[in-house]
Design a protein around this ligand. Sequence first.
Ligand code: UGY
Ligand code: MN
Length: 248
Amino acid sequence: MPIPAFTRSVVARNHAILTPDGYINSNIPGWTGCTVNVLVSEHMGAGFGQMLITARENGQVTGRTATAQVFFYVVRGECQVAVGGTVRLLKTGQFAYVPVEQEYLFDRFDAGTQLLTFHKVYEPLAGHLAPEVLFGEKDDNEARAHLNDEGLRIQELLPQEPAFDMAVNVFTYEPGAFLPLVETHSMEHGLFYLQGQAIYRLNQQYYPVQQGDALWMAPYCPQWAAAIGKEPSVYIYYKNINRFPTAV
Ligand code: UGY
Ligand code: MN
């Protein structure tokens, strides 16, 4: 029997790679008929949360947001969502953004449907109303070239308005494309690989990553990536934006 002591998972001071082989399920009140894997949380030093829900047909994911807004993205499968007086079918690539103090219910899942969530405590901004419930979808036609490189395309899923204090973007790298610099910035990231493979540099380490992996990059974690393989490398990622970045 092969020893199960090998994994690509790494949790370091300012970054993490979580691969599916290491997932252990969590129980979340109100989320039933599903498995939940908490990928990123404040317990590792992050300023936001990221979870993966895998639902059975009878699954129900219901609750009321409190201080944190929650972004739900359908990684695969489909379900129904009821939020803010609207009931909708959500298919692969579609999302529902649930602002603070809002009830939500996801049910009628196709077996195996996966929802990725990003959670962030909402920081109000004087002069701006908090965002309302929003629906949308991944659409490659809406993606724009990143830093003039047509091999790197980013779609911003949430409106670029000051009321929003978080961004969720889909980043597509054509085979062989790579970031033009090692980014080092105060904003934080949570990533989930939707497709393909890449080499991700975090600090001084180079990690092979692939579809299904989750990554965390703390503020100032040096980061760079290159797509490898014969298909595009695609990830969805969280970033905190639009707020004064320090307390001083
Ligand atoms: O938006 C970003 O900071 C993005 N270019 N970073 C990343 O993909 N690691
Ligand atoms: Mn970045």
